[in-house]
Write a new protein. Structure first.
Length: 357
Protein backbone atom coordinates (compact mmCIF):
# COMPACT_ATOMS: atom_id res chain seq x y z
CA UNK A 1 0.00 0.00 0.00
CA UNK A 2 2.78 2.47 0.88
CA UNK A 3 5.02 2.05 -2.16
CA UNK A 4 4.04 5.47 -3.56
CA UNK A 5 5.23 7.57 -0.62
CA UNK A 6 8.43 8.14 1.28
CA UNK A 7 8.62 5.81 4.29
CA UNK A 8 10.35 8.37 6.55
CA UNK A 9 7.32 9.96 8.12
CA UNK A 10 9.41 12.45 10.11
CA UNK A 11 10.25 14.12 6.79
CA UNK A 12 6.61 14.52 5.80
CA UNK A 13 4.27 17.16 7.20
CA UNK A 14 0.75 18.36 6.44
CA UNK A 15 0.67 22.17 6.78
CA UNK A 16 -2.13 23.96 8.56
CA UNK A 17 -4.60 25.97 6.49
CA UNK A 18 -3.11 29.22 7.82
CA UNK A 19 0.28 28.45 6.26
CA UNK A 20 0.99 31.15 3.62
CA UNK A 21 -0.90 30.22 0.47
CA UNK A 22 -0.03 30.34 -3.20
CA UNK A 23 -3.52 29.84 -4.61
CA UNK A 24 -7.11 28.66 -4.08
CA UNK A 25 -9.06 26.26 -6.31
CA UNK A 26 -12.74 26.47 -7.26
CA UNK A 27 -14.62 23.98 -9.45
CA UNK A 28 -17.37 25.91 -11.21
CA UNK A 29 -21.06 24.76 -11.33
CA UNK A 30 -22.65 23.91 -14.67
CA UNK A 31 -25.90 22.73 -16.23
CA UNK A 32 -24.91 19.06 -16.04
CA UNK A 33 -24.36 19.22 -12.29
CA UNK A 34 -26.84 19.05 -9.43
CA UNK A 35 -26.89 22.85 -9.46
CA UNK A 36 -28.89 23.05 -12.68
CA UNK A 37 -32.10 24.19 -10.94
CA UNK A 38 -30.19 26.89 -9.02
CA UNK A 39 -27.54 27.76 -11.58
CA UNK A 40 -27.96 31.53 -11.79
CA UNK A 41 -28.19 31.86 -8.03
CA UNK A 42 -25.21 29.66 -7.25
CA UNK A 43 -23.06 31.27 -9.93
CA UNK A 44 -23.57 34.58 -8.16
CA UNK A 45 -22.29 33.00 -4.94
CA UNK A 46 -19.29 31.53 -6.78
CA UNK A 47 -18.56 34.92 -8.32
CA UNK A 48 -18.64 36.52 -4.86
CA UNK A 49 -16.19 33.94 -3.48
CA UNK A 50 -13.96 34.21 -6.55
CA UNK A 51 -13.89 38.00 -6.24
CA UNK A 52 -12.80 37.87 -2.60
CA UNK A 53 -10.02 35.44 -3.52
CA UNK A 54 -8.85 37.39 -6.59
CA UNK A 55 -8.41 40.51 -4.49
CA UNK A 56 -5.78 38.65 -2.46
CA UNK A 57 -4.47 35.45 -4.05
CA UNK A 58 -4.17 33.56 -7.30
CA UNK A 59 -7.33 31.63 -8.15
CA UNK A 60 -7.47 28.38 -10.12
CA UNK A 61 -10.85 27.63 -11.67
CA UNK A 62 -11.89 24.27 -13.11
CA UNK A 63 -14.88 24.60 -15.40
CA UNK A 64 -16.77 23.29 -18.41
CA UNK A 65 -16.99 26.62 -20.26
CA UNK A 66 -14.06 29.03 -19.69
CA UNK A 67 -15.54 31.84 -21.78
CA UNK A 68 -18.74 31.83 -19.76
CA UNK A 69 -16.81 31.94 -16.49
CA UNK A 70 -14.68 34.82 -17.76
CA UNK A 71 -17.85 36.73 -18.58
CA UNK A 72 -19.38 36.11 -15.14
CA UNK A 73 -16.21 37.24 -13.37
CA UNK A 74 -15.79 40.27 -15.61
CA UNK A 75 -19.33 41.38 -14.81
CA UNK A 76 -18.66 40.90 -11.11
CA UNK A 77 -15.49 42.98 -11.22
CA UNK A 78 -17.28 45.69 -13.20
CA UNK A 79 -20.10 45.79 -10.66
CA UNK A 80 -17.58 46.29 -7.84
CA UNK A 81 -16.01 49.32 -9.52
CA UNK A 82 -13.07 47.55 -11.17
CA UNK A 83 -10.86 47.12 -8.10
CA UNK A 84 -7.39 45.64 -8.51
CA UNK A 85 -7.64 41.87 -8.79
CA UNK A 86 -5.36 38.99 -9.77
CA UNK A 87 -6.43 37.37 -13.04
CA UNK A 88 -7.62 33.80 -12.48
CA UNK A 89 -6.17 30.76 -14.20
CA UNK A 90 -9.06 28.93 -15.84
CA UNK A 91 -8.85 25.27 -16.95
CA UNK A 92 -11.39 23.46 -19.08
CA UNK A 93 -11.90 20.15 -17.30
CA UNK A 94 -15.05 18.05 -17.04
CA UNK A 95 -16.54 17.69 -13.55
CA UNK A 96 -19.43 15.93 -11.88
CA UNK A 97 -19.88 18.55 -9.19
CA UNK A 98 -18.20 21.46 -7.45
CA UNK A 99 -16.77 20.35 -4.10
CA UNK A 100 -13.06 21.09 -4.59
CA UNK A 101 -12.30 20.52 -0.90
CA UNK A 102 -12.97 16.83 -1.42
CA UNK A 103 -11.75 16.12 -4.94
CA UNK A 104 -8.82 18.57 -4.78
CA UNK A 105 -5.25 17.58 -4.08
CA UNK A 106 -3.86 17.69 -0.53
CA UNK A 107 -0.48 19.41 -0.22
CA UNK A 108 2.34 18.11 1.98
CA UNK A 109 6.01 18.76 2.56
CA UNK A 110 7.96 15.64 1.67
CA UNK A 111 11.74 15.64 2.14
CA UNK A 112 11.92 19.36 1.47
CA UNK A 113 9.73 19.15 -1.62
CA UNK A 114 6.16 20.38 -1.90
CA UNK A 115 3.98 17.50 -3.10
CA UNK A 116 0.29 17.29 -3.95
CA UNK A 117 -1.24 13.97 -2.97
CA UNK A 118 -4.09 12.88 -5.23
CA UNK A 119 -6.31 10.59 -3.14
CA UNK A 120 -9.29 8.64 -4.41
CA UNK A 121 -12.56 10.57 -4.29
CA UNK A 122 -15.57 8.26 -4.62
CA UNK A 123 -18.50 10.60 -4.01
CA UNK A 124 -18.49 10.38 -0.18
CA UNK A 125 -18.66 6.62 -0.01
CA UNK A 126 -20.25 6.07 -3.45
CA UNK A 127 -23.31 8.19 -2.68
CA UNK A 128 -22.91 10.30 -5.83
CA UNK A 129 -21.17 10.03 -9.22
CA UNK A 130 -17.51 11.08 -9.05
CA UNK A 131 -15.74 9.59 -12.08
CA UNK A 132 -14.86 13.01 -13.51
CA UNK A 133 -14.13 14.69 -10.18
CA UNK A 134 -11.71 11.89 -9.30
CA UNK A 135 -9.56 12.86 -12.29
CA UNK A 136 -9.47 16.64 -11.81
CA UNK A 137 -6.20 16.92 -9.88
CA UNK A 138 -4.33 14.71 -12.35
CA UNK A 139 -5.73 16.70 -15.26
CA UNK A 140 -4.70 19.97 -13.65
CA UNK A 141 -1.17 18.64 -13.40
CA UNK A 142 -1.19 17.62 -17.04
CA UNK A 143 -2.19 21.19 -17.90
CA UNK A 144 0.67 22.50 -15.71
CA UNK A 145 -1.57 24.26 -13.22
CA UNK A 146 0.80 23.44 -10.34
CA UNK A 147 4.18 24.54 -11.62
CA UNK A 148 6.92 23.59 -9.17
CA UNK A 149 4.78 21.19 -7.14
CA UNK A 150 5.33 17.45 -7.24
CA UNK A 151 2.53 14.93 -7.71
CA UNK A 152 1.89 11.61 -5.98
CA UNK A 153 -0.89 9.26 -7.03
CA UNK A 154 -2.66 8.05 -3.86
CA UNK A 155 -5.70 6.45 -5.50
CA UNK A 156 -5.27 3.30 -3.42
CA UNK A 157 -6.77 5.21 -0.44
CA UNK A 158 -10.06 7.11 -0.30
CA UNK A 159 -9.80 10.45 1.51
CA UNK A 160 -11.53 13.82 1.24
CA UNK A 161 -9.90 17.07 2.26
CA UNK A 162 -12.91 18.04 4.35
CA UNK A 163 -12.43 15.00 6.55
CA UNK A 164 -9.11 16.04 8.14
CA UNK A 165 -7.79 19.09 9.97
CA UNK A 166 -4.08 19.70 10.61
CA UNK A 167 -2.49 22.00 13.18
CA UNK A 168 0.70 22.06 11.10
CA UNK A 169 2.56 20.49 14.03
CA UNK A 170 1.81 16.80 13.29
CA UNK A 171 -1.62 16.62 14.93
CA UNK A 172 -4.66 15.68 12.83
CA UNK A 173 -8.27 16.12 13.94
CA UNK A 174 -10.92 13.92 12.32
CA UNK A 175 -14.15 11.99 12.92
CA UNK A 176 -14.84 8.30 13.26
CA UNK A 177 -18.18 8.64 11.45
CA UNK A 178 -16.40 9.64 8.26
CA UNK A 179 -13.10 7.83 8.16
CA UNK A 180 -14.52 4.57 9.47
CA UNK A 181 -17.64 4.66 7.29
CA UNK A 182 -18.45 1.88 4.80
CA UNK A 183 -17.51 2.27 1.14
CA UNK A 184 -14.42 4.35 1.74
CA UNK A 185 -11.67 2.15 3.18
CA UNK A 186 -13.84 -0.49 4.81
CA UNK A 187 -11.22 -3.24 4.51
CA UNK A 188 -9.11 -1.37 7.08
CA UNK A 189 -9.56 -1.18 10.84
CA UNK A 190 -9.43 2.06 12.82
CA UNK A 191 -5.85 1.29 13.87
CA UNK A 192 -4.86 0.66 10.27
CA UNK A 193 -6.47 3.89 9.09
CA UNK A 194 -4.71 5.78 11.86
CA UNK A 195 -1.43 4.22 10.75
CA UNK A 196 -2.16 5.36 7.20
CA UNK A 197 -2.76 8.95 8.31
CA UNK A 198 0.47 8.96 10.27
CA UNK A 199 2.37 7.47 7.34
CA UNK A 200 0.88 9.74 4.69
CA UNK A 201 1.13 12.99 6.63
CA UNK A 202 3.92 12.46 9.14
CA UNK A 203 1.38 12.83 11.93
CA UNK A 204 2.29 11.89 15.46
CA UNK A 205 -1.19 12.33 16.99
CA UNK A 206 -4.67 11.62 15.63
CA UNK A 207 -7.54 13.19 17.59
CA UNK A 208 -10.71 11.22 16.84
CA UNK A 209 -14.18 12.65 17.46
CA UNK A 210 -16.83 9.99 18.03
CA UNK A 211 -19.79 12.39 18.23
CA UNK A 212 -21.24 15.22 16.20
CA UNK A 213 -23.45 15.19 13.10
CA UNK A 214 -25.59 17.67 11.20
CA UNK A 215 -28.97 16.66 9.81
CA UNK A 216 -28.83 16.64 6.02
CA UNK A 217 -25.05 16.19 5.86
CA UNK A 218 -23.97 13.83 3.05
CA UNK A 219 -20.33 13.59 4.11
CA UNK A 220 -20.71 11.32 7.16
CA UNK A 221 -19.63 14.13 9.49
CA UNK A 222 -16.68 15.82 7.84
CA UNK A 223 -14.60 17.55 10.46
CA UNK A 224 -14.88 20.85 8.57
CA UNK A 225 -18.60 20.94 9.35
CA UNK A 226 -18.01 20.50 13.09
CA UNK A 227 -14.63 21.58 14.50
CA UNK A 228 -11.66 23.48 13.06
CA UNK A 229 -8.13 24.35 14.11
CA UNK A 230 -7.70 28.14 14.16
CA UNK A 231 -4.12 27.93 15.39
CA UNK A 232 -2.20 25.09 16.99
CA UNK A 233 -3.77 25.87 20.38
CA UNK A 234 -7.33 26.85 19.38
CA UNK A 235 -10.31 24.91 18.04
CA UNK A 236 -13.56 26.53 16.91
CA UNK A 237 -16.53 24.18 17.03
CA UNK A 238 -20.28 24.04 16.54
CA UNK A 239 -22.32 24.34 19.75
CA UNK A 240 -26.06 23.89 20.11
CA UNK A 241 -27.68 25.98 22.85
CA UNK A 242 -31.26 24.77 22.32
CA UNK A 243 -32.01 21.64 24.35
CA UNK A 244 -35.03 20.94 22.17
CA UNK A 245 -32.97 20.90 18.96
CA UNK A 246 -32.29 17.46 17.49
CA UNK A 247 -28.55 18.22 17.46
CA UNK A 248 -28.24 19.12 21.14
CA UNK A 249 -27.15 15.79 22.61
CA UNK A 250 -24.70 14.85 19.86
CA UNK A 251 -23.01 18.24 19.82
CA UNK A 252 -22.90 18.35 23.61
CA UNK A 253 -21.06 15.01 23.62
CA UNK A 254 -18.72 16.34 20.93
CA UNK A 255 -17.99 19.37 23.10
CA UNK A 256 -17.13 17.08 26.01
CA UNK A 257 -14.67 15.22 23.77
CA UNK A 258 -13.04 18.47 22.66
CA UNK A 259 -12.69 19.55 26.30
CA UNK A 260 -10.92 16.27 27.05
CA UNK A 261 -8.39 16.67 24.23
CA UNK A 262 -4.96 17.96 25.21
CA UNK A 263 -2.31 19.96 23.42
CA UNK A 264 1.21 18.58 23.24
CA UNK A 265 2.10 20.45 26.44
CA UNK A 266 -0.73 18.76 28.30
CA UNK A 267 -2.89 21.87 28.44
CA UNK A 268 -6.50 21.82 27.19
CA UNK A 269 -7.24 23.50 23.88
CA UNK A 270 -8.65 27.00 23.73
CA UNK A 271 -12.19 26.30 22.56
CA UNK A 272 -14.27 28.84 20.66
CA UNK A 273 -17.97 27.89 20.37
CA UNK A 274 -19.76 28.84 17.17
CA UNK A 275 -23.54 28.78 17.48
CA UNK A 276 -25.47 26.24 15.49
CA UNK A 277 -27.23 28.44 12.92
CA UNK A 278 -30.89 29.23 13.34
CA UNK A 279 -32.54 26.28 11.54
CA UNK A 280 -32.63 26.65 7.77
CA UNK A 281 -35.04 24.57 5.69
CA UNK A 282 -35.16 23.80 2.00
CA UNK A 283 -37.69 26.03 0.33
CA UNK A 284 -38.89 23.24 -1.99
CA UNK A 285 -39.53 20.25 0.26
CA UNK A 286 -38.94 21.66 3.75
CA UNK A 287 -36.13 19.35 4.90
CA UNK A 288 -33.57 20.80 7.30
CA UNK A 289 -30.32 21.91 5.71
CA UNK A 290 -26.87 21.34 7.29
CA UNK A 291 -25.93 24.98 7.84
CA UNK A 292 -22.72 25.41 9.82
CA UNK A 293 -20.39 28.27 10.67
CA UNK A 294 -17.42 25.87 10.98
CA UNK A 295 -17.14 25.76 7.18
CA UNK A 296 -14.95 28.88 6.91
CA UNK A 297 -11.85 29.32 4.72
CA UNK A 298 -8.60 30.63 6.18
CA UNK A 299 -6.67 32.68 3.62
CA UNK A 300 -3.66 34.99 3.70
CA UNK A 301 -4.63 37.70 6.24
CA UNK A 302 -8.40 37.04 6.07
CA UNK A 303 -11.04 34.45 6.89
CA UNK A 304 -13.92 34.00 4.46
CA UNK A 305 -16.86 33.18 6.70
CA UNK A 306 -20.18 31.62 5.67
CA UNK A 307 -23.41 33.33 6.73
CA UNK A 308 -27.00 32.33 5.99
CA UNK A 309 -29.15 35.44 6.53
CA UNK A 310 -30.36 34.17 9.90
CA UNK A 311 -30.42 35.53 13.45
CA UNK A 312 -27.24 33.77 14.58
CA UNK A 313 -25.00 35.28 11.87
CA UNK A 314 -23.93 38.27 13.97
CA UNK A 315 -23.16 36.15 17.03
CA UNK A 316 -21.10 33.77 14.90
CA UNK A 317 -19.14 36.61 13.30
CA UNK A 318 -18.28 37.99 16.72
CA UNK A 319 -17.20 34.54 17.91
CA UNK A 320 -14.93 33.80 14.96
CA UNK A 321 -13.21 37.16 15.32
CA UNK A 322 -12.03 36.10 18.79
CA UNK A 323 -10.41 33.03 17.22
CA UNK A 324 -8.64 35.13 14.56
CA UNK A 325 -7.85 38.46 16.25
CA UNK A 326 -5.26 39.40 13.64
CA UNK A 327 -7.32 38.65 10.54
CA UNK A 328 -10.13 40.38 8.75
CA UNK A 329 -13.37 38.36 8.79
CA UNK A 330 -15.20 38.59 5.46
CA UNK A 331 -18.81 37.30 5.54
CA UNK A 332 -20.04 35.47 2.44
CA UNK A 333 -23.72 34.67 1.90
CA UNK A 334 -23.78 30.88 1.52
CA UNK A 335 -27.52 30.33 1.85
CA UNK A 336 -27.69 28.90 -1.67
CA UNK A 337 -24.77 26.52 -1.08
CA UNK A 338 -26.49 24.61 1.68
CA UNK A 339 -29.33 23.81 -0.75
CA UNK A 340 -26.87 21.16 -1.97
CA UNK A 341 -25.74 20.38 1.58
CA UNK A 342 -22.34 22.10 1.52
CA UNK A 343 -20.84 25.49 2.24
CA UNK A 344 -17.85 27.74 1.65
CA UNK A 345 -14.95 25.57 2.82
CA UNK A 346 -16.38 22.59 0.93
CA UNK A 347 -16.12 24.53 -2.35
CA UNK A 348 -12.50 25.56 -1.98
CA UNK A 349 -9.05 24.00 -1.74
CA UNK A 350 -5.96 25.97 -0.78
CA UNK A 351 -2.45 25.25 -2.07
CA UNK A 352 0.36 26.46 0.21
CA UNK A 353 3.40 28.39 -0.89
CA UNK A 354 6.30 26.24 -1.93
CA UNK A 355 8.40 26.56 1.22
CA UNK A 356 6.92 24.19 3.79
CA UNK A 357 8.45 23.06 7.06
Amino acid sequence: MFNNINPEMNKINLPAEWHPQKCIQLTWPHADSDWVYLLDEVELCFANIAFEVMKREKLIIVCQNPEHVKTVLSEKIQSEGKPKTISPEIYKITSNDTWARDHGGITVSENGKTMIYDFCFNGWGMKFPASHDNQITRRLFRQEAFEGYGYTNMKFFTLEGGSIESDGKRTILTTENCLLSPNRNDSLTKNEIESCLKKFFGAERILWLKNGHLTGDDTDSHIDTLARFCDENTIAYVKCYDRDDEHFNGLQMMEDELKAFRQRNGEPYNLVPLPLPTPVFDRDDGHRLPATYANFLIMNDVVLFPVYNVETDKEALNAIQTAFPGREIVPVDCSVLIRQHGSLHCLTMQYPQMQLS
